[in-house]
Unconditional design. Structure first.
Length: 241
């Protein structure tokens, strides 16, 4: 976008909702972009914005698709009418658009069951922000599929702490269907950082309330102590050689 053209568009920004909606259909991509930005600034004041933004999610310009995602994220419950379009963008070729879609879905959660499969598939995205946002959305949406539970179980070992925390939180809300993840949650409780340990322990207590995790923890600590002792002996022997 050229600065001169952008300035001209800004100078002629719509002053009411009807004009903003009309501008989302403009042939000029700069006008469509600023229409989405203008809607985001106004927020959830007119339900007529939702179909217009849903249409912009399919725009050929990636920055307009992203702007539409950002606008939908602040539109409140009415924006849930556009979640199918946002879920479709979780497969967008542009990583920033996928992140914007995931961020919007997180903001609009809890989400209906129809979104759980695309959210689960997005847990494998190479963008860590996408993974974190979709894990967060799932944690608020109470999915009830064993396939989702398995994907969240795998996400417990993600490199990003936020993904692991949200995965543990989501599993804790899934009920008996998530018991498949209890061994992994115990492992996370024993080995992860403190904030993730807490989330994992809470999930285990919900999914397997009769499981006494303390003896397992004590066994693990004993193993760790013995390993440290062996390592110290090896270091001492090497130092004497």
């Amino acid at each position: 976008m050229h600065a001169q053209t952008s300035s001209a568009v800004l100078a002629s920004q719509p002053t009411n909702s009807d004009e903003l909606v009309e501008q989302t259909l403009a042939t000029d991509p700069i006008q469509r972009y600023y229409a989405a930005k203008g809607i985001a600034e106004l927020g959830p004041v007119d339900p007529a914005f939702i179909p217009a933004l849903h249409h912009l999610l399919q725009d050929p310009e990636f920055n307009i698709r992203l702007a539409a995602c950002d606008a939908l994220s602040v539109m409140g419950r009415d924006a849930k009418l556009a979640v199918s379009g946002l879920c479709h963008l979780l497969k967008d070729k542009t990583t920033g658009v996928r992140e914007g879609a995931a961020r919007a879905l997180h903001a609009l959660s809890p989400l209906p069951q129809s979104t759980h499969r695309p959210l689960t598939l997005a847990l494998a995205d190479f963008n860590p922000k996408v993974r974190e946002h979709v894990a967060a959305a799932l944690s608020k949406s109470q999915p009830n599929s064993v396939n989702v539970a398995i994907a969240l179980r795998d996400a417990l070992f993600d490199q990003v702490e936020g993904v692991r925390w949200y995965a543990a939180a989501a599993l804790g809300e899934m009920g008996s269907i998530a018991k498949v993840a209890v061994p992994a949650l115990v492992t996370v409780y024993l080995e992860d950082v403190e904030v993730i340990k807490s989330a994992a322990l809470e999930a285990v207590n919900k999914l397997a309330p009769n499981l006494d995790i303390c003896p397992i923890r004590n066994i693990n600590l004993t193993k760790q102590r013995k390993l440290r002792e062996l390592n110290n002996k090896e270091i001492t022997v090497q130092a004497l050689q």
